[in-house]
Design a protein around this ligand. Sequence first.
Ligand code: NAD
Length: 356
Amino acid sequence: MNYKIAVVAGDGIGPEVMEQNIAVLNAIGKKFNHTFEYTYVLGGGCAIDKYGEPLPQETIDVCKASDSVLLGAVGGWQWDTLPGDKRPERALLGLRGALGLYANLRPATLHDALKDACPLKPELVADGVDIMVVRELTGGMYFGEKGRKMTDMGEAAYDVEQYSVKEVERITRTAFEIARKRNKHVTNVDKQNVLESSRLWRSVVLEVAKDYPDVELDHLYVDNASMQLIMRPTTFDVIVTGNIFGDILSDEASQMTGSIGMLPSASLGEGTLGMYEPVHGSAPDIAGKDLANPIATILSGAMMLKYSFGLLDEAKCIEDAVTKVLDLGYRTGDIMSEGMKQVGCKEMGKLIIENL
Ligand code: NAD
């Protein structure tokens, strides 16, 4: 098969980790007989330097015309003093909006070889952590009506949490479809004991669940979910939740994996086009020094193969190679521990290719 991929490598360590991601994908293409055709476009600080804006129209057009989008990271101190709407990070929000990406997938997987780096007691993670947080990305109070007004208590501010049936339905379907490819268990997280928006959310989840009788469904209030994640992390499979709850819970879950350099993510919409990026930022402190961990970006490439192209064996091949390299004791600086072999970004990419 032939796939067209838009590449927004971005700033800081973005281009370094992306280079390794592309090298791994090319090796997979060779092994499984696929052609990946890349179009490199600018987004973030580098686009500001060249075009005076973080997300040029050309970048949006190329991404829209592609089968999928790979993103490195954007941002850096050079652009920190620019006003909010001119900053590099606008490229991320702009692309998500332009591509209609409403579902954010953040897996939190603890590799056996990195169990020492997990801050939880060993007995709590003995059975392995493998959680997929499916977060609604374009609704809720981050996008609801907001403002300020005078009240009898003085000045007040408000951000409205609002969800429509359609918004909840489509994110719930995404979660159930993903659960079907995993361990067939969805945990819905809301706050329906207090919030009207959560009561609507819960009723839609229950309705959608009728179409997925093969998937187990349970519910947790968000405060309880934050406790259960720490007390019994190994019992979760897919968590589906709204924008603000997902923002917080996905960060909490991610801490079990050892390093931000290990965390991939995917943003999906209605079709198969998705945007795949590491959770970390542009890490200007280590940029250009061959110190960055490319695994988060390489695993984002594996997610692209799985969720946009349906290439499950190819994705697993990458995931298994990452596990093998970690089992062999190779580590970048961020996940380094005593007795292990420290390697740079390029060497880590090379080792993963050798172990595909
Ligand atoms: P960051 O994620 O870039 O870095 C935080 C810390 O983690 C740093 O010490 C960094 O060296 C380390 N780190 C990050 N990724 C690593 C990797 N792959 N390997 C090894 N170490 C890694 O967060 P920050 O420092 O808060 O932000 C730096 C810039 O990135 C800012 O301009 C911020 O706005 C931007 N940012 C972009 C994104 C994105 O593009 N999605 C996300 C977060 C932050």
